[in-house]
Design a protein around this ligand. Structure first.
Ligand code: PRP
Ligand code: URA
Length: 214
C-alpha cells in the first residue's frame, strides 16, 4: 500500500517514486522543461492510485490461441484541469487513459482577496454519468477547488475526485467541509500557508514555473 490517510477526505500518495520526484519538483533550481515533465509524471502516479474505484465491464478477449474473459473501464473518466497549472497534469493521465475526454475551468486568484475569479468553463457532454477528475497541482486556501467543484456539480457532475501535487491543511479542510463527497488525492501535505496564500514549504507559483512566466 502506497497511500497514507492524512486529514479526513485526503489521501497522501507516499510511493517512493512520488517522494523522489516531489523533491526535484520543489527545488528552485529545477528548470521549466524538467518541471513540466515532473508534473506530468507525478500526475500519472497519482492517477494510478486515484482510479482504484473505477467500474469495470466484463468483455471477451480473443488471444492468438483462444477467447478468455477480460475487463474494460465501464466509462472512461472526464479530466478537468483548472487553468493554467492543471493543464500540466492532463497528458500524464491521458497516457494511462487515452479515452479520457477533457473539460476546462479557467480560474485565477485575485491578488489581494485571494478569492477565485472564473473566466472560462467548458466540459464535455456526459459529465453527469462519468467519473470526473478535477486537476490542479496546488490546493492552497481551497477557494479555487471549492469554486470548481461547485461549478461542476451545477453542470451535473456527481462523481468527483480532486487530484493535486501539493496541499495545504487549510485547503484540504475547506474543500472537505464544502464538498465532503469529493475525495482528495495529493502527492504531499505541506505545513501551512504564508500571509500571501502561498504554500510552505511548497514549490512557488506552479503556473509560472510550468509556463516560464516569471
Ligand atoms: C494557483 C493554482 C490554483 C490556485 C490555488 O493558480 O494553480 O488554481 O492558485 O490557490 P487556492 O487554493 O488559494 O485557490 P493561480 O490563481 O495562480 O492561477 P494561474 O496559475 O492561472 O495564474
Ligand atoms: N498557487 C500556487 O501556484 N502556489 C502556491 O503556493 C499557492 C497557490
Amino acid at each position: 500500500m502506497t497511500t497514507t490517510p492524512a486529514l479526513p477526505g485526503c489521501t497522501v500518495v507516499a510511493h517512493p517514486l512520488v517522494r523522489h520526484k516531489m523533491a526535484l519538483l520543489r527545488d528552485r533550481a529545477t528548470p521549466t522543461k524538467l518541471f513540466q515533465e515532473l508534473v506530468s509524471e507525478l500526475a500519472t502516479l497519482l492517477a494510478y492510485e486515484a482510479t482504484q474505484q473505477l467500474a469495470l465491464t466484463p468483455i471477451e478477449v480473443s488471444t492468438p490461441l483462444e477467447t478468455t474473459p477480460g475487463e474494460q473501464l465501464a466509462t472512461p473518466p472526464i479530466l478537468v484541469p483548472i487553468l493554467r497549472a492543471g493543464l500540466g497534469m492532463v497528458d500524464g493521465i491521458r497516457a494511462l487513459i487515452p479515452d479520457a475526454r477533457v473539460g476546462h475551468i479557467g480560474l485565477y486568484r485575485d491578488h489581494d482577496s485571494l478569492a477565485p475569479v472564473e473566466y472560462y468553463f467548458k466540459v464535455p457532454p456526459g459529465i453527469a454519468t462519468h467519473d470526473v477528475f478535477l486537476l490542479d497541482p496546488m490546493l492552497a486556501t481551497g477557494g479555487s477547488a471549492v469554486n470548481a467543484v461547485t461549478a461542476l456539480k451545477r453542470s451535473g457532475a456527481t462523481r468527483l475526485t480532486f487530484l493535486c501535487l501539493v496541499a495545504a491543511p487549510e485547503g484540504v479542510r475547506r474543500l472537505h467541509a464544502a464538498h465532503p463527497d469529493v475525495p482528495i488525492f495529493t502527492a504531499a501535505l505541506d505545513r501551512e500557508l504564508n500571509a500571501h496564500g502561498y504554500i510552505l514549504p511548497g514549490l512557488g507559483d506552479a503556473g509560472d514555473r510550468l509556463f516560464g512566466t516569471k
